[in-house]
Design a protein. Structure first.
Length: 388
């Protein structure tokens, strides 16, 4: 795995080694919104743009695609927590919240002095949104520095990749998948998170096309928690002590979840994602805690399925796109997301074929009857122009 940053900061009170059997989830609430002062784009080729002052653009539709933030306080909870609380992270409903806490806005972390400045996890979402650019993101983190009363310049970098290694074998959680870009945000000095609080941010990337989602609806992301000197924001270091906050993804399919990233069944508490959309991250997360050095190694690849609710927890992150996402195209024979002349060519080449014929194309059997004929043509013509 490439090394992006040199760690010059002192660990201080942080715990830089955290083994799976020595980490205990704790709850934390009271989110505090942090707004970036500057932002830069990280292109797929690795180049970084100039820093620009951050400003909300507000001209995108912002359709939620990948959600690891909820449940929503005020929308799905009975009083006293369902009374329209403001300032909470937003998104759609997640089923895996802790029953003993009901609908309180608790999130999870491994205690204030745990150090984990570099996190990688997988993401799965509606493949119709694949390849679209992130127009908005939300991320949450605990910022300890060296304890209460201390502060440090904060920078957050989020990146996306095509692939994910959930085998814990390679030391490269993004596998050989293409790097799809990212965003770097400067927040200036942030005081250490106090008491039961944590930071979160809601960043508008509308129109910047800095970070692309995996083309097939499945891939991975990195979250870097960084710091910098006042005089040189272009040189980023691993922060002194921080960690990404943890929660479950916002999907309505959490019964009998498995670690391959696909849920089964309906949500036991009711509440389905809007428009049938689902998102998910599995049980495997790569952390940077043994030691915290800007590298992932196989001993830092953890199975989170054994932890308590949300099940399984993962880094708190949301991705939105400038929607709506393209629809499913029933006549998309060549798999490029639309129904057009290329698909017509595939249909004609497979015309009047059956399995075993040299020109058979299973994708052209749109009605599933084992024969390419007028039934398939009718479906194709009804879908003509979809996605174009």
């Amino acid at each position: 795995m490439r090394r992006l940053f040199v760690c010059l900061s002192i660990v201080g009170l942080c715990v830089s080694v955290g083994l799976a059997d020595g980490r205990t989830l704790q709850t934390v609430s009271t989110p505090k919104l942090a707004v970036p002062t500057k932002i830069a784009k990280l292109a797929p080729g690795g180049t970084v743009t100039e820093w620009v002052a951050y400003a909300t653009r507000g001209d995108c539709d912002h359709v939620l695609v990948f959600d690891c933030f909820e449940p929503d306080v005020g929308d799905h909870c009975p009083p006293p927590n369902g009374d329209g609380h403001d300032g909470e992270p937003i998104g759609f409903y997640t089923c895996g919240y802790n029953e003993q806490d009901g609908c309180t806005p608790y999130r999870w972390y491994f205690g204030p002095t745990y150090r984990n400045p570099y996190v990688t996890n997988d993401m799965e979402f509606d493949p119709n949104c694949g390849g679209m650019y992130v127009s908005r993101l939300e991320v949450a983190w605990y910022w300890y520095v060296n304890g209460e009363g201390t502060a440090e310049n904060c920078a957050i970098m989020v990146e996306s990749f095509e692939d994910f290694d959930d085998t814990c074998d390679t030391g490269d959680p993004n596998g050989q998948g293409a790097f799809l870009g990212g965003a770097i945000m400067l927040f200036g000095y942030l005081e250490s998170s106090r008491g039961p609080g944590y930071y979160w941010t809601d960043v508008d990337l509308c129109g910047q096309e800095s970070m692309q989602l995996p083309t097939d609806g499945a891939g991975s992301y990195n979250i870097w928690l960084l710091t910098y000197d006042d005089a040189d924001p272009n040189t980023l270091y691993l922060c002194t002590c921080a960690q990404a906050m943890l929660w479950g993804t916002g999907t309505g399919e959490w019964i009998n979840f498995d670690c391959l990233g696909r849920g089964k069944g309906n949500c036991p508490h009711g509440g389905q994602p809007p428009d049938g959309e689902t998102s998910h991250q599995g049980c495997i997360q790569w952390d940077d805690d043994d030691p915290s050095d800007g590298w992932h190694t196989p001993n830092e690849c953890y199975d989170y399925s054994g932890y308590q609710c949300p099940a399984p927890p993962g880094a708190m992150l949301c991705f939105y796109v400038d929607g709506p996402c393209p629809p499913d195209c029933d006549g998309d024979i060549d798999g490029d997301g639309d129904t057009d002349h290329a698909d017509l060519g595939e249909l004609l080449r497979a015309w009047d074929s059956e399995p075993g014929d040299p020109n058979w194309n299973e994708n052209a059997d749109l009605d599933g009857d084992g024969h390419i004929g007028h039934g398939d043509l009718g479906i194709f013509l009804a879908d003509w122009g979809c996605g174009t």
